[in-house]
Structure formats: C-alpha cells, structure tokens
Design a protein around this ligand. Structure first.
Ligand SMILES: [Zn+2]
Length: 227
C-alpha cells in the first residue's frame, strides 16, 4: 500500500494511457496508471479527487475511527437497538448475560469472558431479527438473497457477495432500528446494483424515502458502537 497524505492506495498497471482512480467495494483505493509510473501525475490525480475519495471511502468505514473501550464493570452502558443499558454484575446467576427490565445482568462467573458473552448476546439477537427483516424488505424490493449470515466483519457493517449472499456484523444490533433497516436495504440494493450509482440510491429511496437520516446517524455515531 502507498500513501498520499491520509489516503492509502494501491498502484495498478493500466493498459491505457490515462491515470484513473477506482474505489473497491470494501473501500480500498486503487490508482490505475500506465507504466512507467509517473508518481507526480498519480499524486496530482489523487489531490484533484480527494474529496470524491473521502466521500466514497467514508461509507462503511466509520467503525474504527474512534474505537470505544467499554469496561465490563457494573454501571457501564452498553447499546442495544439505539438505547444504552447499564450493566449489572451479580453473583451466581443462571444466565451468563441477559437484558432484563432495561438492565444487562451478567453473572460474575463469566467475567473473565465478558466480551465473549456480549458478542454472543448481539450475535443471537442478530440471528433472531436480521433474517426476518431481510426477508420483508427483499419481498418488497423483489430481490432474492441467497444467504443471510452474521459475522464479525471488522470495520464494515455489512457486505454483499457477488452471488447475492448478505453478511451483517453483529454490531448492527447496537444501532437504532432505522439504521439497521438502512443497512439491510443498502445491502439488498447491492444485489441488483453492485456500485453506488444514482440507480442504486434510487432503489433505496423507493423503500426508505428518509434514508438520509439513518445514513447520517451511522456516520456520526457508528464509531461509538463497539465493544
Ligand atoms: Zn454499499
């Protein structure tokens, strides 16, 4: 990977004489240029396209910008569907962790693996809820995902494979329902439109006319959702 200012990019050989920029679906920036590489020209093109690049790579990239560190102690707040719930650690509980009457109650016996217990909580909630919502929106949009999986996708909320399998990060369950729906509709739209073209956004707008609101919410608050 090369870097120009704060943009990390890969340099790839072009058969044509022009130098162009390409942003992969995962946010990786590639510069396609003819050999021998003219680095001054490459950097000129990067500079000219900087704000365009930022807009495109910002999409699902906010998760790692400012990592939150949550402590697994009584009183700490943990997000679930857009609300924050306090953790209470109690001795000898039958359940490792559960959300009951607005409080996360964790058994002190699982404290050494507290993070795993939370990941499991979000993962099981995601498995309960996300496939159902995907199904509803898929019907509405006339699309057929081949599979719905819950994963740890690192710094991405979700992804869509070329074959139409959708993957969602368990962290999606920390976001408000409107944001979760936006993530779902966004990935579904990728089955039909792989890139973020005007057609892609039209597809989303038809189902979620107010999609700018959750999209903006994720950009502002996405980084705060983590363990
Ligand atoms: Zn996308």
């Amino acid at each position: 990977m090369l870097a120009y200012k704060d943009i990390q990019y890969a340099l790839k050989k072009s058969d044509r004489k022009t130098t162009s920029i390409f942003i992969e679906r995962d946010g990786t920036v590639s510069v396609i240029a003819p050999e021998p590489y003219d680095m001054e020209k490459v950097e000129r093109v990067l500079e000219a396209k900087r704000s365009w690049i930022y807009r495109h790579i910002a999409e699902w990239d906010d998760l790692n910008r400012t990592r939150v560190v949550r402590e697994f102690v009584s009183g700490e707040g943990f997000p679930y569907l857009g609300s924050s719930y306090r953790l209470k650690i109690e001795e000898n509980k039958r359940h490792d962790l559960r959300l009951k009457s607005g409080v996360f109650v964790m058994s002190s016996s699982v404290l050494p693996d507290a993070r795993t217990a939370f990941v499991e909580f979000y993962r099981s909630k995601a498995k309960e809820r996300i496939p159902k919502r995907v199904c509803q929106y898929a019907k509405q949009m006339g699309l057929t995902p081949t599979e719905v999986r819950i994963h740890d996708l690192k710094n991405r909320w979700a992804s869509c494979s070329p074959g139409g399998a959708l993957n969602f990060h368990w962290r999606c369950m920390m976001a408000p329902l409107t944001a979760l729906d936006y993530i779902i509709v966004h990935e579904l739209a990728h089955i039909e439109q792989p890139n973020h073209t005007a057609k892609f956004w039209d597809l989303i707008e038809k189902v979620l006319p107010e999609y700018q609101q959750p999209k903006g919410w994720l950009r502002l608050h996405g980084a705060g959702l983590g363990l």
